[in-house]
Design a protein around this ligand. Structure first.
Ligand SMILES: [Zn+2]
Ligand SMILES: [Zn+2]
Length: 380
């Protein structure tokens, strides 16, 4: 167990804060008691925690979560203590945090789709941990909800054993963190949800970390044609570094497809979170092509598309949550590809800042000025 009894944690108490977040400061750094792991749980010292669009979705109310909540879900850490009945992980292990705790017993888990774990989704929705209620409390005893079973913007996190994957010590902490959400979600959308095969054409809309990871996932498959789309020229340039063969703005997408993918792409990955973009993606598919929905549109958004095209041309609309991943299988596999130079995940890392800069960083992510900003607690 750590010697400290209090820890710093970034807490969200309202989802109505206005931009700029630098001024409205939706996240407050509070001092909470370090929680104690129960049966089946581990205490992790968070080493690096990244800011992801899914955090912004909670802050702006697109994803309704119980408040107050200790935010953050993409991170790497070191195991500081383990509770009773924990196998396969010990103090000192380097771990990647995973934002769906998988029970291993429900219909989704036993049918090979653990990313859709029923019990994990239930716990995440209620702000609880997989093996019981919340363990986070303020010093006055007020319950604090867990974010996706992780709550990574904290010096320490108690999480279910199922929320960590042990990785080798030589994987850098910055890189390791990004395997937990961006890599699982983006690469998995390509290799699992879309099942992209050799020689297929893939277009990716939205070049945040998840979209760029999708670009990497598609580019490492032999013979693919990968087109990357984003309004920001610097994101287009980064996509080319990540392995895209062509990049452009949304207004150039149709011409790029016509020039490089014949009558349409085999797969479109929508990583923006916009119903309008999803509609335009369907227009770019060849017969039998698949639109994979990865981004998180606001719940009020509705799709308006020609219904005939699905039966008439065999097009498919595929939802992809956490890249249909099995983290215990996929994170080691992706790290192997990273070691071989085939998945340059480190290109997603913009910079590393102290956690005190988290609110202004929300603006930076919203504006597209950073891809992955990682936080440390060293300077706290
Ligand atoms: Zn995320
Ligand atoms: Zn399950």
């Amino acid at each position: 167990m750590p010697e400290a009894t209090l820890m710093t944690s970034a807490i969200l108490r309202t989802s109505t804060a206005a931009r700029p977040y630098r001024d409205s400061t939706p996240l407050t750094l509070e001092r909470l008691p370090v929680p104690v792991p129960r049966a089946g749980e581990v205490l992790v010292k968070i080493e690096r925690a990244s800011l992801c669009h899914s955090d912004l979705s909670v802050i702006n109310g697109s994803r309704i979560r119980p408040l107050p909540m200790a935010l953050g879900h993409e991170a790497s850490g070191t195991v500081a203590a383990v509770g009773p009945s924990v196998d396969g992980v010990k103090s000192g292990d380097r771990v990647v945090l995973v934002f769906v705790p998988m029970c291993g017993q429900c219909r989704a888990c036993t049918s090979g789709r653990p990313a859709l774990c029923h019990r994990g989704a239930e716990a995440n929705g209620s702000g609880d941990l997989l093996h019981g209620g919340a363990v986070l409390r303020t010093s006055s005893g007020e319950r604090v909800n867990h974010h996706l079973g992780v709550s990574a913007f904290s010096e320490y996190a108690v999480v279910a054993r199922e929320s960590v994957v042990v990785v080798d010590d030589e994987v850098p902490l910055d890189v390791a963190a990004m395997f937990g959400c961006a890599a699982l979600t983006g690469i998995g959308a390509v290799v699992h949800s879309a099942n992209v095969t050799e020689g297929q054409s893939v277009i990716v809309f939205g070049l945040g970390a998840v979209g760029l990871a999708a670009v990497m996932g598609a580019a490492q498959i032999a013979g693919t044609t990968v087109i990357a789309i984003d309004p920001l020229p610097e994101k287009q340039a980064l996509a080319l570094h990540c392995g895209a063969h062509f990049a452009g703005s949304p207004s150039e997408a149709a011409d790029l497809v016509a020039a490089h993918a014949g009558d349409g792409v085999d797969v479109a990955i929508e990583a923006v979170g916009s119903a309008k973009v999803m509609e335009s993606c369907l227009e770019l598919l060849t017969r039998g092509g698949a639109l994979v929905s990865v981004g998180l549109p606001h719940p009020d958004q509705l799709l308006s598309v020609q219904a005939l095209q699905f039966a008439g041309t065999g097009k498919r609309l595929v939802g992809s949550y956490m890249g249909d991943a099995d983290p215990a299988r996929d994170i080691p596999a992706y790290i192997k590809l990273w070691r071989e130079g085939r998945l340059p995940i480190e290109l997603l890392h913009t910079d590393t800042r102290p956690i005190a800069e988290i609110n202004e960083s929300l603006d930076a992510l919203s504006d597209g000025r950073v891809v992955r900003r990682l936080f440390t607690f060293d300077a706290v």
